[in-house]
Structure formats: C-alpha cells, structure tokens
Write a protein that binds this ligand. Structure first.
Ligand SMILES: NC(=O)c1ccc[n+]([C@@H]2O[C@H](COP(=O)([O-])OP(=O)(O)OC[C@H]3O[C@@H](n4cnc5c(N)ncnc54)[C@H](OP(=O)(O)O)[C@@H]3O)[C@@H](O)[C@H]2O)c1
Length: 280
C-alpha cells in the first residue's frame, strides 16, 4: 500500500475503469487566481484527483487549471457536487449542466449530492443523480453528508452508488458508515482530513510523525491511506503544503501506530451546520 496509484480493492465496477487516485486535492475556499495556482501546483506535483463543488464557486478556475496543466483528461479524476437547495429534479439537472459547463468538461468522474435537504424527499435527487449518470454526465455517482440510514436508503435506490464523502479524521471515527461503505463495494472520501488544519499540533501525532521523519499532516494522511477504501482530499493554498501532503507514499505506519491514532477519536466534527440530523 505504498504506491500513489494504489487502487481501492473493494470498489465496484472498477474492472473496466481506471483506479480511483487514492489521494485527492480539496478546493473548498480556494477562489480566483489562488485556486488556479493551487490546482496547477497540485497537478504538477502529481495529484490526479480534484474535488470541487457547485457551492465552492470555483469550478471555472478548477477547469482552467486542468486545461492549462496539459494533463490528459483520461488521467484525471474530477468530482463535483450539487448544492442542497438544488435537489428538485429540474434544479438538479440544470445544476449538473452548469457544473459541467463551468468546468469545461463533458463528463465528471464523480457527481455527488452535497448535503441532504429534509424539505426534499431523498428519492427525488437520487433519481436525478441516476439520470445524470445514464445521460453520461458523470461516470459514477455518490452522496455526501448522509447519515447511516440515509445511505442505506440511497443504496436501495442506486445499488451501484460508488462513493460516500464525509468528514473523517483521527478525532472523528466513521466506523458505522465505513462498514456500510465497505460491505457495498463503495469508497469513502475523507473530507477535512486534517480537521481543517486543527489537528496538526496533537502531541501524539507529532510523536508518531517524528519516528518516521515526517510531519503531522503527512502522518494523518498516511493513516487514511492505510485504511481500505478511504480516500483523503486535503486542501491547501500553500505550495509547500501541497507538495508535502503528496509526499506520503514512502513510509508505512505500524499496526500499533494506527491503533494509537484510532484511539484519538472524540466524536469531534469541525463541519456541523444547523440543518444536519446525523443519526436519522
Ligand atoms: N462534502 C462536504 O460537505 C465537504 C465539507 C468540507 C470539505 N470538503 C472537501 O474536503 C476538502 C478538504 O477539507 P477542508 O478544506 O475542510 O480541510 P482540511 O483539508 O482538513 O484542512 C485544510 C487546512 O489545513 C491547512 N493545511 C493543509 N496542509 C497543511 C500542512 N501540510 N501543514 C499545515 N497546514 C496545512 C490548510 O492551510 P494552508 O492553505 O495554509 O495549507 C487549510 O487551512 C475541501 O477542500 C473540500 O474539497 C467537503
């Protein structure tokens, strides 16, 4: 498990498709020229998986950086997400078309429902998501910020759902969701993998990092990468951080180190907006 192209063993339907790059690049809050520069740096460093969203208002910049990079489209894995106020069928269709148009792409690799919306029954956006796939606008479909019962429901509507994207880092265990994800051949994209930068001074992580001659961010990302079916998507606007966050394929945490990091779980969420009902 030390190759940057390491594939996800349990992902469904990947026999005829490229493996999903195991480390992605997040773009939340990266705007304008900063976003173009950050994505350009990420692509130059070797990231091949870029995460954006309608709500980030940076799809045009992400698309621009992709085109300027010269990296063949076939090597890239691009994810975008439709915002929670656009989950009615027609809004979803229009949103998907706008996302593609801003990105300058005919198709994304993964399209997600960004958040559920309790005012709109789940079946409507799930059917719209499935339609987007059938119309060739995305290769795969998935959901984000779904609680276990919502994910189970989504799998009944779309059995080949490919991905769940949720907050996941050492302070927030996602065992229950991971069990559903793995038993259904999906992968889990770990957002805010560095706890939005707020995990980096944890002494236990620092000590483990020091033992490997690595920094804390690298150690956390390695912890994600060593879990079957987990894809972290760290974000950075800093060239040195973008580079060092990708330099995580030349060391391995021991079982004991993985367990010590697991034990940091405190049920701590850094992303917890008022509209959420996590355990529904
Ligand atoms: N689906 C959803 O609802 C959802 C929600 C949140 C996020 N996401 C996705 O997940 C991505 C990542 O999550 P996130 O942006 O919330 O947080 P994150 O990746 O956990 O942390 C980003 C923060 O960490 C800092 N950082 C990154 N690498 C560092 C390093 N090596 N050393 C020191 N500081 C470092 C960054 O600052 P610098 O810029 O200074 O490096 C930034 O402040 C997002 O960008 C987005 O694509 C999705």
């Amino acid at each position: 498990m030390t190759e940057k192209t390491e594939s996800l063993q349990s992902t469904q339907g990947e026999t005829t498709q490229r493996p999903i790059p195991s480390l992605g690049f997040g773009t939340f809050q990266l705007k304008g020229a900063t976003c173009i520069q950050a994505v350009a740096t990420a692509l130059e460093v070797g990231y091949r998986h870029i995460d954006t969203a309608q709500m980030y208002e940076n799809e045009a910049e992400v698309g621009k950086a992709i085109r300027a990079s010269g990296v063949p489209r076939s090597e890239l894995f691009v994810t975008t997400k439709v915002w929670r106020t656009n989950l009615r069928s027609e809004d979803f269709r229009r949103s998907t078309d706008e996302c593609l148009s801003k990105l300058g792409l005919d198709q994304v690799d993964l399209l997600l429902i960004h958040w559920p919306n309790r005012d709109i029954p789940l079946d409507e956006p799930l059917e719209a998501l499935q339609n987007a796939k059938e119309e060739g606008k995305t290769k795969r479909v998935g959901v984000s910020n779904f609680a276990p019962s919502q994910l189970e429901h989504a799998l009944k509507v779309i059995p080949d759902l490919a991905c769940l994207q949720v907050e996941y880092h050492p302070l927030l265990s996602q065992d229950r969701l991971l069990e559903i994800v793995r038993s259904n051949g999906m992968f889990l994209t770990a957002y805010s993998p560095l706890g939005q930068g707020r995990l980096l001074d944890k002494w236990r992580l620092k000590r483990i990092a020091r033992a490997h001659g690595k920094n804390t961010a690298q150690t956390i990302l390695r912890w994600h990468l060593q879990q079957n079916g987990v894809v972290p998507i760290p974000r950075s606007g800093n060239v040195d951080h973008i580079r060092s966050n990708f330099d995580v394929f030349d060391f391995e945490l021991t079982k004991d180190e993985m367990d010590r990091i697991d034990a940091l779980d405190a049920g701590k969420r850094f992303v917890n907006p008022g509209w959420v009902d996590w355990e529904r």
